[in-house]
Design a protein around this ligand. Structure first.
Ligand SMILES: C[S@@+](CC[C@H](N)C(=O)[O-])C[C@H]1O[C@@H](n2cnc3c(N)ncnc32)[C@H](O)[C@@H]1O
Length: 226
């Protein structure tokens, strides 16, 4: 996986990519505050349709007062910003991203109680223990990985988090209207296989794709209580 950071940078690392995508959507006449998931299908690899999924995912984990959160593939720190906007009482937030530009942009937001680190969580799984996370969130980050790589990342992150892990991915069982639409270079994953994988890690597993009409799916895995 030595070239993974390079590959990630090549995939996501165009200058001001996010701003340019939003500018293009605006130029196409779309209301950025009221985007529909269908508007975003052509650019799904950037997980813009997952902005709501990201915050929903963190809420699904039931972040409690004092929770330490690790965000793997944090991008520009949107999850941290939205948790703070909603005054979710996190004790500490660490975001990791393989793209230094993303980390720089996140750090510039000066979000209280949050720090952002550049690093490849696949090449350096030790990073997954940074800040001794209670919960680790992985939103949109698995989208371009093969299943084996994604499952190793999820298993390593789960082992390093005391409470558990919550992650999302593009479901291969969405509403029929998504049939035949490409999400490349992202990929859809079989939620049943992933649920089976999750149940191999713990008995305390929750699954939902009851949002975005099954376009996206979320799995929460908590450590078994002794
Ligand atoms: C689709 S973006 C999602 C950003 C954010 N989590 C969100 O939901 O808006 C995926 C992010 O994961 C990062 N990423 C992908 N593979 C990574 C890895 N192995 N280690 C750290 N970050 C990674 C990318 O650089 C990119 O910023």
């Amino acid at each position: 996986m030595a070239n993974y950071t390079e590959a990630v940078n090549e995939h996501y690392g165009r200058e001001n990519l996010g701003d340019r995508i939003f500018a293009a959507l605006e130029a196409a006449g779309l209301d950025l505050d009221n985007l529909e998931i269908d508007d975003l299908a052509p650019i799904e690899q950037f997980h813009i349709g997952g902005r709501d999924a990201t915050i929903r995912m963190a809420e699904y984990a039931g972040v409690q007062p004092g929770t330490r959160v690790l965000d793997v593939g944090c991008g520009r720190g949107d999850l941290a910003a939205r948790l703070l906007e909603r005054t979710v009482p996190i004790a500490g937030f660490v975001g990791i991203d393989a793209m230094p530009e993303m980390v720089e942009a996140a750090a510039k937001r000066d979000l209280p109680g949050c720090r952002f680190i550049a690093g490849d969580a696949i090449a350096n799984p030790d990073l997954l223990g940074t800040g001794k996370p209670d919960y680790t969130c992985i939103s949109g980050t698995l989208n371009t990985m093969d299943d084996r790589t994604a499952q190793k990342l999820v298993a390593d992150a789960f082992a390093a988090a005391s409470g558990g892990i919550v992650f999302n991915f593009l479901s291969s069982r969405p509403h029929a209207r998504f049939a035949g639409r490409t999400v490349a270079p992202a990929r859809r994953r079989d939620p049943v296989l992933w649920l089976d994988f999750a149940l191999g890690l713990s008995s305390r597993v929750a699954f939902t794709q009851a949002y975005l009409d099954g376009h996206d799916a979320t799995i929460l895995i908590q450590h078994d209580q002794q």
